[in-house]
Ligand binder design. Structure first.
Ligand code: NAI
Ligand code: MG
Length: 346
C-alpha cells in the first residue's frame, strides 16, 4: 500500500480494569503494522475519578471533538448509585446514533459453523434516554420505579437509513428488523413502521423481514445462520449483541463501533472485567477487531483485513487462545503471536 498516508489524529482512552492491558497490546500491534493513527492519550472512567476529576473530563471531550475518532478501552460503571454511564454520555455528547457489532464464526468446531451477523443498534433513544427514577411510597424511598423510553421518527429513520446503506455497501443480502410492537405498540411500533418505510427506498436490493425480539432471541440460538443484518432498538440491541457474541466464542472476540456524523468511537463489546484485571490474561482480540473496524472507517481496509487475517491464523492455525476461549495463552503471548503473523514470521 502507499506509504504516503498522512498521520490521522485519534484519541486513545485506556479505560478501566483490563482496559490498559488490552489497549497496550492493540497499540503495539497497530504500530507494528504502520497504522496511520497519531494517538492523543486521554483518561475517562474510574481512572479520572481516582484523579478527582469528572469521570468524563473536559480535555477528553475536547480531544474527541478535535479528532472525531477514538479507540476506547472499557469503562467501569457503578451499578445503582454513583455516576451515569460514561459510555452513554459519550454517545449522547457526540450523537453516536449507530452502534455496529459484527460477529462471525472464527473458530471451527464450536456450536455453530457459519454465523456471520452484523447487528446495528439505535444508540441514542429508547429506554436509554434517562427518564428513570424511583417514587417513594410510605417510608420506602424505592416504593416504585418508573422508566420511560423515547423513540422518534427522525431517530428511527436515521438508524434505518444507516443500516440499509451499510447493507448495500457491504454486500449484505437481508435485514431483519427486530421489535416488540405487539406489546410496546407505540415505542417500538414507530421504529418498525419507520424502518419499513425506509426499506421501500431500497427496492428489492435488500430482502427485509421483521421479528419480535423474544422469538428472535430463540431463533438466534436455534439457527443463527438465517440472520444477516439485524436492525433494532437500543435495549434490544444491547441484549441481542451479547447473545450473538456468545454464539461465536464469547465477549473476548466481539468488537463494536459507535458512529455519528462527526465522530466515531471504537471499542470492544465487553466491559472492564474486574475479575481478571491486572492478571495479564485478558484477550485483546475484541479490542483489536474494533481497531480493524477503525482502520476500515479511515479507508484503510487493507489494514483491517490484515488484522482480521492475523486473528484468524492465531486462533485457527496456531491454536493460540486465551483462557476465555479455552486456551492458556496470556495477553503478552497472544500479542506476540499476532505480531508474528503480521510480520510474516510464520
Ligand atoms: P465484562 O464484559 O467486563 O465481563 C464479563 C465476563 O467476561 C467476566 O468473567 C470477564 O472476565 C470476561 N471477559 C470480558 N472481557 C474479557 C476479555 N477481553 N478477555 C477475557 N475475559 C473477558 O462484564 P461485567 O463484569 O458485567 O462488567 C464489568 C464492568 O464493565 C461494569 O462496570 C460494566 O458497567 C462495565 N462495562 C463497560 C462497557 C464499556 O465500556 N463498553 C461494556 C460493558 C460493561
Ligand atoms: Mg451491553
Amino acid at each position: 500500500m502507499n506509504a504516503n498516508h498522512s498521520p490521522i489524529p485519534a484519541t486513545l482512552i485506556p479505560g478501566d480494569g483490563i482496559g490498559p492491558e488490552i489497549v497496550e497490546s492493540v497499540v503495539t500491534i497497530l504500530d507494528a503494522l504502520g497504522a496511520p493513527f497519531k494517538w492523543d492519550r486521554q483518561i475517562a472512567g474510574m481512572a479520572a475519578v481516582n484523579d478527582h476529576l469528572d469521570p468524563l473530563p473536559d480535555p477528553t471531550l475536547e480531544s474527541i471533538r478535535k479528532t472525531g475518532l477514538a479507540l476506547k478501552g472499557p469503562l467501569t460503571t457503578p451499578v445503582g448509585g454513583g455516576f451515569r454511564s460514561i459510555n452513554v454520555r459519550l454517545r449522547e455528547e457526540f450523537k453516536l446514533y449507530a452502534n455496529v457489532r459484527p460477529a462471525s464464526t472464527l473458530m471451527p468446531g464450536g456450536r455453530y459453523e457459519d454465523v456471520d451477523i452484523v447487528l446495528i443498534r439505535e444508540n441514542l433513544e429508547g429506554l436509554y434516554v434517562g427518564f428513570d427514577h424511583y417514587i417513594p411510597i410510605d417510608n420506602d424511598p424505592h416504593g416504585a420505579a418508573i422508566s420511560s423510553g423515547v423513540n422518534t421518527r427522525a431517530g428511527s429513520r436515521r438508524i434505518a437509513r444507516y443500516a440499509f446503506d451499510y447493507a448495500v455497501k457491504n454486500n449484505r443480502k437481508k435485514i431483519t428488523i427486530v421489535h416488540k410492537a405487539n406489546i410496546l405498540k407505540a415505542l417500538t411500533g414507530i421504529f418498525l413502521e419507520t424502518a419499513l418505510e425506509v426499506a421501500k427506498d431500497y427496492g428489492n436490493q435488500i430482502q427485509v423481514e421483521e421479528r419480535i425480539v423474544d422469538a428472535c432471541a430463540m431463533q438466534l440460538v436455534m439457527n443463527p445462520s438465517q440472520f444477516d443484518v439485524i436492525l433494532t432498538t437500543n435495549l434490544f440491541g444491547d441484549i441481542l449483541s451479547d447473545e450473538i457474541a456468545g454464539l461465536v466464542g464469547g465477549l473476548g472476540l466481539a468488537p463494536g463501533a459507535n458512529i455519528g456524523e462527526h465522530a466515531a468511537i471504537f471499542e470492544a463489546v465487553h466491559g472492564s472485567a474486574p475479575d481478571i484485571a491486572g492478571l495479564g490474561i485478558a484477550n485483546p482480540m475484541a479490542l483489536l477487531s474494533a481497531a480493524a473496524m477503525m482502520c476500515d472507517h479511515v479507508q484503510r481496509n487493507d489494514l483491517g483485513q490484515r488484522i482480521r487475517a492475523a486473528i484468524h491464523d492465531v486462533l485457527v492455525v496456531d491454536h493460540i487462545r486465551s483462557k476465555d476461549l479455552g486456551g492458556n495463552a496470556n495477553t503478552k503471548e497472544i500479542t506476540q503471536a499476532l505480531l508474528n503473523r503480521l510480520q510474516g514470521n510464520k
